[in-house]
Design a protein around this ligand. Structure first.
Ligand SMILES: CC(C)(COP(=O)(O)OP(=O)(O)OC[C@H]1O[C@@H](n2cnc3c(N)ncnc32)[C@H](O)[C@@H]1OP(=O)(O)O)[C@@H](O)C(=O)NCCC(=O)NCCS
Length: 207
């Protein structure tokens, strides 16, 4: 049997671990408690503008989305986190947005996705949440490469990825037919050694 290395992924876990940053807590979704909190976020056309799906119209659409998240998480190849404030008042189930992480374990890579409610944009929170997921991927998951795909028109997402040290690897013309038109995609990736070279301490603590 081949020798295990430090980069060997851990045994797949069905559990979505809670990640902590200075201002945020990334936790599993709670379908019952979160459905009403998630609805205004995923119903907002501005939030959904550069995502692959149309804004959701009904609360039952959110149930279907959360069920889809849960199903994918159960297969062990996807993590979905609810992004919440680090400190919420007791009993307050605040929700800022979500991060997704699709693993290709055998290839030691993953693709990250993210969205926040509009009122939280422009405060560095997107970067903080995605950095926590990246730290988790290169840390606990032992990955070598984390990718992200963003529409070329999504300047916020492109800026976030660049700010985290992701490198643009390609510009994919008319890569997606969504919402009745073609979209150019930009593919970004961050490698483990580049992340290590950043020399930043792990910003996320896992519990
Ligand atoms: C993309 C998104 C998560 C960014 O979140 P955010 O919290 O506003 O981003 P941050 O405040 O952490 O900003 C990160 C960096 O991007 C820059 N940035 C953020 N939004 C920007 C915008 N619209 N235009 C240009 N730069 C922008 C910031 O200045 C910051 O750069 P810096 O670290 O060098 O100062 C948020 O805009 C969003 O939820 N959009 C809708 C969903 C979406 O498109 N998701 C991505 C799909 S690929």
């Amino acid at each position: 049997m081949a020798a295990e290395t430090a980069a060997t992924p851990l045994v797949p876990t069905l559990l979505v671990p809670t990640l902590h940053t200075s201002r945020l807590r990334l936790t599993p979704f709670d379908a019952q408690a979160d459905r009403a909190l998630l609805f205004p976020i995923v119903a907002d056309p501005e939030v959904m503008r550069f995502l692959e799906v149309e804004p959701l119209r009904e609360l039952t659409d959110v149930d279907a989305l959360l069920a889809d998240y849960a199903q994918r998480v159960a297969t062990g190849d996807k993590y979905v986190w609810a992004v919440r404030p680090a400190a919420a008042a007791q009993g307050e189930a605040a929700l800022l947005g979500a991060c997704t992480f699709e693993l290709d374990r055998s290839r030691r890579r993953a693709e990250v996705g993210y969205y926040l409610a509009r009122r939280w944009w422009g405060q560095g929170l997107g970067k903080e949440a995605v950095r926590a997921v990246v730290d988790f991927g290169f840390g606990a998951q032992g990955l070598n490469r984390i990718e992200a795909l963003a529409y070329a028109e999504n300047s916020g997402s492109l800026a976030l990825l660049r700010a985290l040290g992701f490198r643009q690897e390609g510009y994919l013309r008319e890569h997606a037919w969504e919402k009745g038109r073609y979209w150019d995609d930009v593919i970004f990736a961050l490698l483990r050694r580049e992340w290590e070279q950043q020399g930043v301490e792990c910003s996320a603590q896992q519990v």
